[in-house]
Every structure is written in C-alpha cells, then in structure tokens.
Design a binder for this molecule. Structure first.
Ligand SMILES: [Zn+2]
Length: 293
C-alpha cells in the first residue's frame, strides 16, 4: 500500500473505521462498561471519528468512544495518526513531511508519536526475545561508545557504552546499552542474545576471554596485527558497520534525550528485521501491545 492508496482509504470515517478494524487497532464489538449489554456502532457527526459505541439496552444507551489503547489519549484524528505511523514506518517522518502530509503543527505531538512507535519496537522484543546465530553460524560482537551531543543547545552529554552482535548471514543484530564493559556485564548478555553453538568473533578485549567456555566457538581478531584473521577469515567488520549505521541514525535525531537511547536501539533492531514490510509490521505490533477486543 502506497501513501496515495492509504490517503484514499482514509478519506471517509467508514474507510478509517474499516482499516482500523482490519488491523485490530479498533474493536469490532463492545460490551457496555456500565451494564454489560452489547453495544452498537452508531454514526456520530459531532466527533472527528464519525462513530461511537452505544449500549443497546434501552434504559442505558450509554455512549463510549470507539478509541481505545493506541488512540485513546490523542486529540488527533485517527486518519492523521495513521498517516504519521505510515511516514514513520517508511522513514519519512521528518518534521516537514509530517507537517505537510498530516497537518500536525506541534513538534511535541510529533515527538510523542515517534516515542510511542519506538516503545512499540521495544515492546515487540520484550514479548519476543530473540537470539541470533546458531550452530555453524558466525556472530560478530563488539562494544562502542555512543556520544550524545545535543546540537541544538550545544551541550555535551555523557557517553554511553553500547554492546552488540551481528550475524552477517541473516543480517540480524542486537544492540543494548550497558553500564560498563566488564566480563560480568557482557557475558550474561552474550548468553541472552546469542544461540549456543555459534562461532563468536570478537576483538582482544579482555572481557571476552571466557566466551569460549560458555558453549561458543570463540575467534579473536587482533586489530593491531591485521584486520582479517588470515587463517579463519574472522572479522568484526560487519558489527563495526552496524555501529556506523546506528550512530548515523542516532545523529539525525540530534535532540535525542539520554533516556531514549534504548528505544532508539530497539527501533534500529526492529528495522533490521521488519524494514522490508514496515507499515503492516508496526500496525501488527501496535495491535499486539494494545489488544482491543
Ligand atoms: Zn449499558
């Protein structure tokens, strides 16, 4: 579905409702919160949604907004929210794109929705923990410093260590911020994120010395001698390329608050996995985070 098709679908209240029900973002049935009787969807022209739930019990007739979960707290039209989600999914969520295409003027509102979508990415991995690698597969691991400079106010924030791994065959990785890069910190994360039996390639950082005793085949690359181990063809080039890309993206969002780093890393991982079908994937994951029925 391209943006023109989406806009066409969202032109009417019916179209918006059908779309949201199809992707389980709005309920298809509801029981009255007061008396438990089945509600009907009735048109209501005085709300931006165009519909409301109404209790079918004649003594009650309570009305309840169709908005739940995702949409409950927002004043934006549902169609507008869906357009924001679409543009975010296809990485066209620059401030100007959103203002022009969705008619959202508040930078705060835009930032809130981007935060929300990054939280959805993070929730997805919390619900579906993932281990990369596997028997006979290679996982490159490394740590790097993320420097958070706030360009708009010229203030330099504290650098934070990020630990990660990358499977170059599956093109999937993990990235996680860490308080330090000791063995006590990194070894449990290796076991959490990398399948046993994988061949783990690292540099000669001493925290990795015990990786070989944890059910992995461990190859070390000595950066001071040569970048590619001539015997094993072991390299950490791919994980280093992942750092470069992650930092590039991070830099674009230059107003990034420190506490958001983890969700930025989640979004990065999410895009590695779902980047080929981002719109339907994020709608699916929103529906999983906020079940409506
Ligand atoms: Zn009722």
């Amino acid at each position: 579905m391209n943006f023109t098709m989406l806009n066409e679908q969202l032109r009417t209240s019916d179209g918006v409702l059908n779309f949201c029900q199809e992707y389980k973002l709005l309920a298809t049935s509801k029981k009255c919160v007061t008396c438990g009787t089945i509600c009907n969807l009735v048109t209501r022209e005085d709300t931006s949604d165009g519909f409301t739930w109404r209790c079918t019990a004649s003594i009650c007739q309570r009305r309840v907004s169709i908005r739940t979960g995702t949409f409950a707290k927002s004043k934006l039209a549902v169609a507008c929210i869906l357009k924001i989600i679409y543009l975010w999914a296809f990485e066209r969520a620059g401030k100007k794109d959103l203002q022009r295409e969705c008619g959202v003027k508040s930078a705060h509102t835009i930032a809130d929705w981007k935060n929300f979508l990054r939280d959805i990415c993070q929730d997805h991995f919390v619900r579906n923990p993932r281990q990369i690698g596997g028997a006979g597969r290679i996982v490159e691991i490394d740590e790097t410093l993320f420097n958070r400079r706030k360009y708009n106010v010229g203030r330099i924030l504290e650098p934070v260590w990020v630990f990660g791994g990358y499977d170059p065959t599956e093109k999937e990785g993990f990235l996680v911020s860490v308080p330090n890069r000791n063995a006590e910190t990194l070894l449990p994360l290796i076991k959490k994120y990398i399948q046993p039996g994988s061949t783990v390639v690292s540099d000669c950082w001493k925290a990795y010395n015990k990786v070989g005793g944890e059910g992995y085949r461990h190859l070390k690359v000595n950066h001071q001698v040569h970048f590619v181990d001539p015997q094993m063809k072991a390299t950490t080039n791919h994980v280093e390329r992942m750092w470069k890309e992650a930092k590039q993206r991070h830099k674009i969002e230059c107003g990034t608050k420190r506490e958001h780093l983890d969700t930025y890393l989640s979004e990065f991982m999410w895009r590695q996995t779902f980047g080929s079908n981002p719109f339907v994937s994020i709608l699916t994951h929103i529906a999983e985070s906020y079940p409506v029925n």
